[in-house]
Design a protein around this ligand. Structure first.
Ligand code: SAH
Ligand code: MG
Length: 799
């Protein structure tokens, strides 16, 4: 070729590009600047090249190539067919829709000339080529027309002045993808000649791939794409364990995020503290006040020597991450205090915090700076508003989240309930609970209400996710937790932002035509295939028969019987396993109450208690004297006078799910205000974990590097905030009892008291010393969410 567009040199000749960046760093993001520099240099090489004197950005060789070179290129142009290339047209005006387009390149023609014509300019020398978008290995670029006049003379003039050389206006969408300023209409295409090849490389770019690229710009979108489940998956709210995580890991998502936004690679710094577990609460996740000396890792601690047995060293890691712009301006920094047993967990967890926060920023265009700051504080994030808004200035005009959904992710309020169609099939009784892995098959369609037109969008034969971690669309989880293995369900929800729908849709045209009619919903059809129980349950089942949970219930029932209690309150009743089992035993109970903060668990409890109680009444068996049952939504760290002075109170495997301060708060309130005659509290014995973990067949749930960590120190359940040793539990309980005039004795289930390391579940039984309970102040913060009474159920007596 004798004439060469300068934009081709600027983009494809890496050496020239680098020299230009060296001369002027602004050339990195401004291809026009590169072109100017190249033209300027070329103007000095008058003996080799010519610069056309028209407004053409091209360079011409003064002397043609020798004939042997031309012959070697060997154009076999006998076929006069044209090559069709599917590209995307991105109008400068945001009002106009992005659409797909087919370019036809004659086999003898030059593809850049065809693109030029489509952009309304004469030929290839007037086309600007962007850098690569997306994967470095792709050839995806944005093409736009060059300005009529180049800013030759004064390269240092301010940007907005340079912009005025352009006829068109800023193309927001194209600029958002390239991170470079693009003016006027643009074309997104994957085409070009690869190194030393004379065949034109080209790849169809569909509307779907355009929307996938758009979705891939947000943290949650990157996760969705990595799971190939755009309409089902959601960036999980917490990093629990590596084995429960599905899709790209937070750290990789963060790196992808930085790359697609043309930021520097995130900078991680991890800190490790090797701790001696015996020095402080071994089960506690809190950072201990221990410093590690730099030379040999010996430990200095300001705490007196311990009398307790050591549980073994815990390696704890914390991780900080910093995000910089390409010019090394600090955008944000996240420095959480929590420590993790493994370095990678610390990195993943910190990355996820950053991603969650960024996602809120992306999905809520109207969020105020104050709210953003408040949320950042909660996540241990510090950010520079100026740099943040500068780097992401275009994102809110690109993603139209705000228009269709209210601030769902901030206030965490479940948006509109799904309109239910049906849960069908046999109830196998196997239901998912928090922390378990659910495996489903699903299919999502666009559904038009008027004429029941349907367009299939996305489906998956086997899709696995962790329950209770917001890893999927909220409605999907709401429905799945009500299902049993083998059952299927249908439901419809309001439409998500259309970028998601179009990123999932196979047939964009059919989808667009349905979407334009405005009365559409998404219809999900799901089947629950399998449930893998949380590790804690699997560990307990592997070792104990009957299962530990059953043994706890039996322990409580035994005490209820012995005490002839008439009223019982179960603090942290969960999905009602204790209340439910109680009904299978003859007891003297007349009133039973459950309290929990999980509405989802309470809903489950209500469902099973309701049918069980009704069945009891109908069977007319005298086994149960229960007259009333109530479930309250409330935190057990608050007092409610309706539950004052009960005969017996239980709190099984709950305190370890609260922060230690709250566990202490609860202890005080329950004995000083609720004043039950008897209180039974159970919690895991941390010292027993070694045995539980040794006896659990290590399936896929553990990484190989964990296997040789013999003194495994992890908790039984990722939701546990702490696990106490016997000594810690006894200290807590004894101190409480003394302060509130109770006696306390210790027992447990699983294992034995006199065999090390004691019971698997440790239990404290508190008994009130005096019988006259004082009056208490009225308070009713709990919200009753379900009530049952025998009278309502009994048929009216016949006259
Ligand atoms: N007692 C049940 C559930 C144990 S799981 C059983 O033995 O099966 C722990 C439960 O404690 C969860 O249901 C959780 O929602 C609840 N919980 C945690 N913190 C709470 C709080 N502050 N107030 C009430 N319930 C709480
Ligand atoms: Mg627990």
């Amino acid at each position: 070729m004798v004439v060469c567009p300068v934009s081709v040199i600027a983009v494809y000749d890496a050496k020239t590009g680098n020299i230009c960046k060296y001369i002027n760093p602004a050339a990195e993001a401004n291809s026009l600047l590169v072109i100017s520099l190249v033209l300027r240099a070329a103007a000095k090489l008058t003996d080799l090249v010519l610069i056309s004197d028209e407004q053409q950005l091209s360079i011409q060789r003064r002397y043609p190539y020798p004939p042997e070179i031309i012959a070697s290129i060997n154009h076999e142009s006998s076929l006069l067919e044209s090559i069709p290339i599917e590209v995307i047209h991105i109008p400068a005006s945001l009002e106009k829709a992005v659409d797909s387009l087919t370019l036809n390149v004659a086999s003898t023609g030059y593809y850049l000339d065809v693109i030029a014509r489509e952009l309304g300019v004469t030929d290839a020398s007037n086309v600007l080529i962007s850098r690569i978008i997306g994967k470095a290995s792709s050839e995806m670029r944005i093409y736009s027309s060059a300005p009529k006049q180049l800013p030759f003379d004064d390269l240092s003039e301010p940007k907005d002045k340079q912009a005025s050389h352009f006829e068109g206006s800023l193309n927001v969408r194209a600029s958002y993808f390239t991170g470079q300023e693009v003016y006027g209409d643009a074309i997104l295409a994957s085409v070009g000649y690869t190194w030393k090849s004379t065949d034109l490389f080209r790849e169809a770019v569909s509307l779907r791939s355009y929307y996938r690229m758009l979705v891939n710009k947000t943290p949650s979108g990157i996760y969705k794409i990595s799971r190939d489940a755009i309409l089902a998956a959601k960036l999980p709210s917490a990093f629990t364990t590596k084995s429960n995580w599905r899709g790209s890991f937070p750290r990789d998502i963060l790196c992808t995020f930085c790359r697609v936004h043309h930021l520097s690679e995130p900078v991680f710094s991890t800190q490790s503290n090797l701790l001696d577990a015996s020095l402080d609460l071994p089960g506690s996740r809190k950072k201990l006040k221990v410093t590690q000396s730099s030379e040999d890792g010996t430990i200095e601690a300001g705490i007196g020597t311990s009398t307790q047995d050591s549980v073994g060293p815990i390696g704890t890691f914390s991780c900080e991450v910093k995000i910089y712009s390409k010019n090394q301006e600090l955008i944000l920094q996240c420095s959480p205090q929590e420590s993790h047993r493994k370095q990678t967990d610390a990195m993943q967890s910190t990355s996820l915090k950053v991603l969650s926060w960024l996602n809120i920023f992306f999905e809520n265009p109207d969020i105020s700076l104050e709210k953003l700051k408040l949320l950042a504080e909660k996540l241990d994030i510090n950010f520079t508003p100026h740099s943040l808004f500068k780097e992401f200035s275009l994102c809110h005009s690109m993603h139209n989240f705000g228009s269709s959904r209210p601030h769902a992710c901030i206030d965490n309020a479940d948006v509109d309930e799904p309109s239910f169609i049906d849960i069908g099939g046999q109830n196998s009784g196997v239901t998912p609970s928090n922390g378990s892995l659910a495996s489903i098959s699903y299919s999502v369609s666009l559904f038009r209400e008027g004429d029941c037109m349907k367009e299939h969008l996305e489906s998956c034969e086997e899709f696995e996710f962790e329950i209770g971690n917001e890893a999927v669309l909220p409605h999907l989880e709401t429905v799945v937790v009500q299902m049993a293995v083998g059952q299927s369900a249908y439901f419809r929800v309001e439409l998500p932002p259309s970028e998601f729908i179009l990123a999932a849709a196979g047939d964009s045209l059919a989808t667009l035509s349905l979407l334009s009619s405005r009365s559409c919903k998404l219809e999900y059809s799901i089947t629950l295939l399998q449930v893998t129980e949380p590790l804690e349950d699997r560990m307990e089942q592997a070792l104990f028969s009957p299962p530990l949970s059953k043994q706890r219930v039996e322990f409580a029932v035994q005490h209820i019987k012995e005490s002839s209690a008439a009223s019982l309150v179960d603090f942290g009743c969960g999905s009602g396993s204790l209340l439910d089992s109680l009904l299978s035993y003859p007891t003297s109970l007349e009133k039973i109450v459950g309290v929990d903060i999980s509405q989802r668990s309470l809903a489950k409890a209500a469902k099973s208690l309701h049918s069980k109680l009704n069945a009891l009444v109908d069977s007319k068996e005298p086994s149960s004297k229960i007259k009333s049952a109530v479930l309250y939504d409330g935190s057990i760290t608050k007092f409610d006078s309706r539950l004052h002075g009960f005969d017996i109170a239980t709190c099984l495997e709950v305190i370890e799910h609260m922060e230690e301060e709250d566990a202490c708060l609860f202890g005080g309130i329950v004995l000083s205000s609720f004043c039950p005659r008897i209180l039974i509290v159970s919690t895991p014995n941390y010292e027993y974990n070694v045995i539980l973990q040794r006896n659990t067949p290590h399936g896929q749930e553990d990484d190989p590097d964990e296997k040789n960590q013999s003194q495994s120190c992890k908790f039984r359940n990722h939701d546990h905030k702490f696990e106490w040793t016997r000594a810690q539990f006894e200290d807590w309980a004894t101190d409480l009892a003394t302060r509130h005039n109770y006696n306390v004795e210790f027992s447990g289930v699983g294992g034995a008291v006199d065999v090390e390391p004691g019971f698997a579940s440790q239990i404290a039984i508190f008994r009130r010393r005096d019988d006259n309970v004082t009056n208490v102040e009225l308070a009713d913060p709990y919200v009753p969410i379900w009530e049952w009474s025998r009278e309502d159920r009994l048929p009216p007596k016949e006259p």
